[in-house]
Design a binder for this molecule. Structure first.
Ligand code: ITT
Length: 199
């Protein structure tokens, strides 16, 4: 199966390659395929947006058999689920990770420790020609710190305290993050769904 990764986020692409690179041997990124496509993410759920990205990229990439998309974000309980599907543009269109993190810390300023629970979600959709897409979602549970810690990862990783390893996601090595992250769980579910099809 010739697969294209339907993402313009280089950090995400690297994690997907690290996690499933051995499983999908013929895998290319949008960049490697020379495809410039920016799908409008106007869905209300991670699953809806991931499906839109996978389906639209597959339609634009005739030489590929399948497209894999990830729509992900951070769900904060004290903010009624925000930033959620707006995670990439929480501080506004065109703002970077630092601006998003700053806004999140400001919004959470008055929230006490016990109420700072949150989770990362990653919905993965695999679109294939002539078949219904496979849709899965994985989560990682954490709490929000009051200041960033760690230099690795991307996005909200420096604020995401992962109690089982006593570190933020930005303090984990790539291998450590890829063994516990929302994205590793969603990709494991995708592999299970593909294996189940073979039975
Ligand atoms: P593509 O749509 O091109 O894949 P994107 O960055 O726009 O790239 P999303 O719309 O799915 O992707 O937004 C995901 C945002 O959620 C991302 O920009 C981060 O702010 C946050 N996020 C997702 N996964 C994360 C992770 O593993 N660690 C930290 N932040 C993450």
């Amino acid at each position: 199966m010739k697969l294209i990764i339907a993402s313009n986020n280089a950090h995400k692409v690297r994690e997907i390659e690290q996690i499933v690179g051995d499983y999908f041997t013929e895998m290319k990124t949008l960049r490697e395929a020379g495809l410039e496509i920016d799908v409008v993410e106007d869905g209300t759920t991670f699953e809806e947006n991931a499906r839109k990205k996978a389906v639209e990229v597959l339609a634009a990439a005739p030489e590929f058999d399948a497209a894999l998309a990830d729509d992900s974000g951070l769900i904060v309980d004290a903010l009624n689920g925000a930033p959620g599907v707006y995670s990439a543009r929480y501080a506004g269109e065109g703002h970077d990770d630092a601006a998003n993190n700053k806004k999140l810390l400001e919004d959470m300023d008055n929230v006490p420790e016990v109420l700072r629970t949150c989770r990362f979600a990653s919905s993965i959709v695999l679109a294939r020609r002539g078949m219904e897409p496979i849709t899965v979602i994985g989560y990682a549970e954490g709490t929000l710190l009051r200041e960033p810690r760690g230099e690795n990862g991307f996005g909200y990783d420096p604020l995401f305290w992962y109690a089982p390893l006593n570190k933020t996601f930005a303090e984990l090595t790539a291998d450590e993050k890829n063994s516990v992250s929302h994205r590793s769980r969603s990709l494991a579910l995708l592999k299970e769904a593909l294996e189940a099809e073979k039975q």
